[in-house]
Write a protein that binds this ligand. Structure first.
Ligand code: DGY
Length: 321
């Protein structure tokens, strides 16, 4: 069968797919428009796409032979899953393989913001360092502070577990009780309002849905401590960027670390002018091993789906009745 991959991904999965199917990879190393996807994937049976591709009703209904959509990401808000389900097309994602990698990046952002690493690096490079200073680049401590996890799923749990060496007090918000966090870290399940008020560090790990869009806005930022650090490695629209810009400008919180943006890839110019924010280009899962494992996982999902079997990481299993 024919499979189209919307952008070059690590070879591991492409090579595996090539053993089973005729594979075409987009020659353009950039995000394709919807029309480009429709044109290039017109007669394919399988579409291996990225979180940057919009796979909505228009795209799905324009690909008459489509039998399987394998997303190269754990998040799948870029795909109209309910329409795919209606058309009986399985959709898969790449969970687990990127859990620790993304959790590590959340910690990298926390350290970068708390200890003003990026600012300090620029300061040193610019030749401004003239000797140790008692008031130079003072940051915030992490050890023994309160860590608030919003969304204690796979990545949120891994992120919290990595706090073990820092003797932190853990709060979390989730629809479900997280037995592991409660038994291993003595974590407390609470409500959003309580978490925002008490946490020194807040890490976002929710999927993007209608309920989580702008979960963090002006009111939520206003309820945080002046010393709070917020990091987002989930999806940009979970934070109202205008509200965050105001909170950072007014120094209502200590700082923010973002890997994702409301209108990605657009990063507001205000963020670029502020010192109390660290901004990364959506590199949560960007290690060689993880990206290669994601490639294999997407390929395995595709092979199963095209074989009319339930893909190991199917997000709409109802397709199989
Ligand atoms: C995902 O897989 O959803 C991540 O955002 C990739 O970094």
């Amino acid at each position: 069968m024919k499979v189209f991959i919307t952008r070059r991904i690590p070879e591991s999965g492409i090579n595996l797919l090539k053993k089973h199917h005729m594979v075409t990879v987009s020659k353009k190393d950039r995000v394709l428009s919807k029309q480009e996807i429709i044109d290039q994937a017109a007669d394919v049976d399988g579409l291996l796409c990225l979180l940057t591709d919009t796979i909505d009703e228009e795209v799905i209904s324009s690909l008459p032979n489509l039998k399987m959509i394998a997303n190269y990401a754990v998040g799948y808000n870029n795909i109209d899953v309910s329409y795919a389900t209606k058309k009986k097309i399985p959709v898969s994602n790449t969970p687990d393989v990127l859990t620790d990698t993304t959790a590590e990046l959340a910690w990298a952002l926390i350290f970068a913001v708390a200890r003003r690493i990026v600012e300090a690096d620029s300061f040193s490079r610019e030749g401004k360092y003239e000797g140790w200073g008692p008031m130079l680049l003072l940051g915030e401590d992490i050890t023994k502070k309160t860590l608030g996890i919003i969304g204690a799923g796979r990545i949120g749990t891994a992120m919290a577990l990595k706090s073990k060496g820092f003797d932190m007090n853990i709060l979390y918000v989730d629809n479900q009780k997280n037995e592991r966090l409660e038994s291993e870290l003595d974590a407390q399940k609470t409500n959003l309002r309580d978490l925002l008020k008490k946490s020194d560090i807040i890490s976002l790990h929710v999927p993007l849905t209608d309920k989580t869009r702008h979960l963090i806005g002006k009111e939520e930022l206003d309820s945080m401590k002046k010393t709070t650090i917020i990091v987002n490695t989930s999806r940009g629209p979970v934070i109202d960027e205008k509200a965050l810009i105001n909170a950072l400008k007014d120094e209502n919180i200590f700082g923010a670390g973002l890997d994702v943006y409301e209108h990605e890839p657009k990063i507001p110019k205000e963020f670029k002018l502020l010192d109390n924010i660290v901004i990364l280009p959506h590199v949560g899962s960007a290690t060689k091993d993880t990206r290669s494992n994601m490639s294999m996982m997407a390929a395995e999902n595709m092979i199963a789906g095209l074989n009319e079997e339930k893909p190991p990481n199917c997000v709409n299993p109802e397709v199989f009745g």
